[in-house]
Design a protein around this ligand. Structure first.
Ligand code: GRG
Length: 301
């Protein structure tokens, strides 16, 4: 399923180093907590530094590495994607959406700061993402405009928000496998795919590399959501740092609900295999991406 090299690659140390660098960069890009109005800056930082896995920044940096890029050039884009992801989680947890009390092992943003501030903290993180992305440089093959378009498209009403709308509208109704894939492609895969594409752009990737990584990001993103669905029914709230069993309770369309647990696991493995296959043009040199795909399949939170 994977190249032999991904077994010897030390993903733990790699992720630890990238997470440390990403945290430092996010701290640099965000206004300090004491900046007026301090409530909003505290709320933004509360969720951003609540202990997320930082998988999207890791994918940006791993894709840049696979294309021979420089970390400092990819880092603003890694931070921008994490800000968008965190905004989406804050809003997803609101009473008007999933109404969740816990996220990343802590009380959700609106539980701590109130609904009004939580809405604004999400809005501010979304805006912050574009402010950070606008500070990156241009590359011979990719301009500022390309980067901003990439982020806007992935987070807009045709992708991230489309997925959330379909998800909300599907609650409690019978959903087909095709409709479920539509939701997963938009709600989850679009931003993961955007992450690897941005990493590639920051390394001035060739068209072949960009296309291979788009394929990789699409499949890894779908696998990620299938696993997320599986973990919701197999793990405890303590293990996940968020309320487990929520999908069943809200009659949400998920892979385990439609296909059952074993077939869902098979689908996740098949999607990960397709992601691996997409890395062929890198001839075993996309070590961090290979190891991340394996980790995302085997993760337990
Ligand atoms: C515009 C009002 C408004 C809301 C937008 C788009 C959206 C709300 C929500 C979609 C967000 C969502 C819950 C997507 C599912 C993707 C997913 C599995 C998220 C969890 O990602 P992890 O496991 O989380 O990487 P951590 O906390 O580790 O970063």
């Amino acid at each position: 399923m994977s190249s032999k090299n991904s077994h010897v690659f030390d993903l733990g140390s790699w992720v630890a180093a990238k997470t440390k660098a990403t945290d430092a960069a996010l701290d640099h890009f965000l206004p300090p907590a004491k900046t007026r109005p301090s409530t909003i800056h505290k709320a933004m930082r509360y969720s951003l530094f609540a202990g997320g896995k930082r998988m999207r920044p890791a994918l940006v940096l791993a894709a840049a590495e696979a294309c021979g890029g420089i970390e400092t050039q990819a880092m603003p884009l890694a931070c921008a994607v994490e800000c968008i992801h965190t905004y989406s989680l804050i809003h997803d947890d609101l009473p008007a959406m999933d109404d969740d009390d816990f996220r990343r092992g802590k009380p959700t943003n609106h539980k701590v700061f109130g609904e009004g501030i939580a809405v604004l903290a999400g809005d501010a993180l979304l805006t912050q993402a574009f402010e950070i992305a606008a500070q990156c440089q241009s590359w011979p093959r990719y301009s500022h405009q390309d980067v901003i378009l990439e982020l806007a498209r992935a987070s807009g009403s045709l992708h991230l928000i489309a997925g959330q709308v379909a998800d909300l509208e599907g609650e409690g109704k019978p959903v087909t496998a095709a409709q479920l894939r539509y939701i997963h492609e938009r709600k989850t895969s679009a931003l993961l795919c955007c992450a690897v594409r941005l990493g590639a752009m920051s390394a001035n990737a060739t068209p072949t590399q960009l296309s291979a990584l788009t394929d990789f990001g699409y499949h890894v993103g779908l696998a990620f959501q299938v696993i997320d669905d599986i973990l919701d029914v197999t793990q405890t709230s303590e293990q996940l740092g968020k309320t487990a069993g929520k999908d069943v309770a809200t009659q949400k369309a998920t892979y385990p609900a439609i296909l059952g647990l074993e077939r869902s696991k098979k689908v996740a493995r098949q999607l990960t295999d397709k992601a691996y296959a997409a890395l062929k043009p890198f001839r075993g040199r996309a070590l961090a991406l290979e190891a991340l795909a394996r980790y995302l399949l085997e993760r337990d939170r």
